[in-house]
Ligand binder design. Structure first.
Ligand code: ZN
Ligand code: ZN
Length: 639
């Protein structure tokens, strides 16, 4: 065999020469007969150092298989040093290294995070095949160098090499970021041209790429076209829908998945639970929980965290706490899920108690989310002093630097406690530029505590920052109206018509027998809508006896009061509530979810309904939970 010196790149010649010098020394002193089979035994027992020593003694007898054995052990042990010695040995013995071993070196350096060395090995390969191209792309993709990998694909095509399914799957994982989807589509068309479209492995990677880029229709298309579907592809498509908030579609697919009798893993369950919490579909959540228990899926922390999140979002704090208490280990996400739950439900006592337990436990450190839950919980739970204490503590004791949201919580806290001036002073001293949310919270406090002077300043600032939000104009005009400043009210309304963008249409959901019913504001589409309006009229007579009257002052449309009342009665959460009364047995708790904040009128409507009809009402809006029992809401009428 003709042996050629092929100098490997990546390491200085000095090191290699000094190593080969040592090897020469060994040759000289070696007299024993060691066969390459010993190498295998040594390597399979993990004795890399001995194997390397033997390699030196074997000398010229080292063949492809022997080198491969040693190199594989180097890869397994991530030993760059071992790899260097193998390289040096090859130089010394003038071994002409085949392409296969070159690729193994590439894999070794890539595994050891020596990306530059891997690339040099790759560049100096006299020939390259699809395996070496793919190995180099995979090295880039694993370190998130997506564009380098895509570049390499172009070079590969130009060189005349043909990609295979592993090349495509590797490259597809690089199609992320701003241009990711565009590249992904180009790779897709290349896949079609190369006839790899019906390969399961490629299909799954395509599906994953589209789902992660949010191109859910394309993902669905690929999914439906897959030659066969496994739990990974089902999970990818379900979580794709859930990530985009298309929860109903996610659940629809999940039902289909169950019908097809597929065995699920914990990632699938966690994805489905995301969709369930998005919809606050409690019955469905409970069903999935019992599924998890029955199918004996291992209780990974991720799955338990999802369960806690689902139960708190469905208003079932007791269930959430049961899951939490049973966890053998907890991450900061588990603690946060439980704390956020208490905070959003206004359960300040449980919240602060659990926080004390967390601090005593000392296993996990509170983070920004923890403090957000604590501060916001104190604010809603009228624990002003405690909240201020925690705010001081967060940086001093736990080293958590407050964000704009934490400052926002303090402004809210002071505002709710009626300390409007103090809140205003606090904003002036903030080290960060206050945003619309902070001015909005001050403005809200000014309205409640009738402080028109500061309210005007806050209003002015907020209209500068966020002129498109109609809610701001409404609050400001109500503030002026409370002092009879009608000219200002008119100005603000004109300004709103000029600048504000129409808000998202209101939408509410209710789950009846595991089916979700969606109602839109002024709905005419729901199949039972006539029954709902009949129920509404019947209710209205009763509710008015109990002191409810539609709060027409909040409707900004320029129409007469009768029209305004009609608009108010068509609010989606009222329709969903009425539907709940029709469809669920007497005494059963009604759970509603709304995409926006619940309005003041619907809030008082629901309170009177809870009294008159003897029902508990759970309302989850964009910001928080309202647990209404016998005319009293957990939010304390402040949300
Ligand atoms: Zn409403
Ligand atoms: Zn409430």
């Amino acid at each position: 065999m003709r042996r050629e010196i092929h100098l490997f790149a990546g390491f200085s010649r000095n090191i290699l020469y000094s190593l080969s010098f040592q090897i020469t020394q060994r040759f000289a002193s070696s007299s024993s007969t060691i066969s390459p089979t010993n190498l295998e035994t040594l390597c399979s027992n993990g004795h890399l150092t001995y194997a390397l020593a033997d390699m030196a003694k074997i000398g010229l007898q080292m063949d492809l298989q022997a080198y491969d054995t040693v190199l594989n052990e180097c890869i397994k042990q991530k030993s760059v040093r071992g790899g260097q010695r193998v390289q040096a040995h090859m130089i010394k013995t003038q071994y002409k290294q085949p392409l296969y071993l070159g690729t193994r070196f590439l894999v070794l350096y890539s595994k050891c995070d020596c990306l530059r060395e891997a690339r040099q090995v790759f560049d100096e390969m006299p020939d390259k095949n699809v395996v070496s191209w793919t190995a180099m792309m995979s090295a880039y993709s694993k370190r998130s160098y997506g564009s380098e990998a895509l570049d390499l694909l172009l070079q590969m095509l130009r060189s005349g090499s043909k990609p295979n399914e592993y090349t495509f799957a590797t490259v597809l994982t690089c199609c992320t970021g701003i241009c990711g989807l565009e590249y992904g589509r180009q790779v897709h068309s290349l896949i079609i041209k190369s006839n790899y479209e019906s390969q399961l492995y490629v299909g799954c990677s395509l599906l994953d790429m589209y789902a992660k880029s949010g191109a859910i229709h394309e993902a669905r298309f690929v999914f439906e076209d897959l030659p066969e579907r496994d739990v990974v592809s089902w999970t990818a498509i379900i979580s794709g829908y859930a990530q985009l908030g298309l929860d109903e579609d996610a659940l629809e697919l999940f039902r289909r998945l169950l019908r097809e009798g597929m065995t699920l893993n914990y990632v699938t369950y966690a994805s489905v639970l995301t969709a369930v919490s998005g919809l606050a579909a409690y019955e469905m959540g409970k069903q999935i929980h019992s599924h998890v228990i029955r199918s004996e899926v291992p209780f990974y922390v991720v799955l338990q965290n999802s369960l806690i999140d689902t139960y708190t979002k469905c208003g079932q704090l007791t269930y959430a706490r049961k899951v939490f208490d049973k966890m053998p280990e907890r991450t900061v996400i588990s603690w946060n899920a439980m704390l956020v739950g208490y905070s959003k439900h206004g359960m300040a006592k449980e919240l602060t108690e659990l926080f004390e337990v967390m601090k005593k436990d000392k296993k996990v450190k509170p983070d920004k989310v923890t403090y957000l839950a604590i501060l916001s919980g104190c604010s809603h739970g009228e624990m002003e002093n405690k909240g201020l204490e925690f705010f001081d503590e967060m940086n001093e004791k736990d080293g958590v630097v407050p964000d704009i949201e934490h400052y926002g919580c303090v402004v809210d806290l002071l505002g709710r406690a009626g300390q409007v001036e103090k809140a205003f002073d606090f904003i002036k001293k903030m080290p960060i530029e206050p945003n619309a949310a902070i001015w909005g919270s001050l403005l809200g406090a000014c309205l409640v505590h009738s402080n028109v002077e500061i309210g005007e300043i806050a209003g002015q600032r907020i209209l500068e920052i966020e002129p498109e939000n109609p809610g701001n104009y409404v609050i400001l005009s109500n503030l002026f109206a409370s002092r009879g400043r009608w000219d200002d009210v008119r100005n603000i309304r004109n300004l709103m018509e000029e600048k504000a963008v129409a808000k998202d249409p209101g939408k509410s959901w209710i789950e009846i027998d595991q089916t979700l019913h969606t109602f839109h504001a002024g709905d005419h589409l729901h199949p039972d809508i006539n029954k709902v309006y009949d129920k509404m009229n019947e209710l209205l007579v009763k509710l008015k006896e109990y002191g409810y009257s539609p709060d027409v002052s909040r409707v900004l449309y320029d129409v007469d009061d009768e029209q305004k009342e009609k608009i108010l009665l068509g609010h989606s959460e009222k329709l969903a509530l009425a539907y709940g009364l029709i469809c669920s047995p007497e005494g059963k708790t009604i759970r509603i979810m709304k995409n926006l904040r619940v309005c003041v009128d619907c809030h008082s409507f629901a309170k009177v309904v809870s009294q008159v009809c003897g029902r508990e009402v759970f309302m989850r809006d964009k910001n928080r939970f309202h647990h209404i029992v016998d005319g009293i809401c957990s939010c304390g009428d402040y949300w």
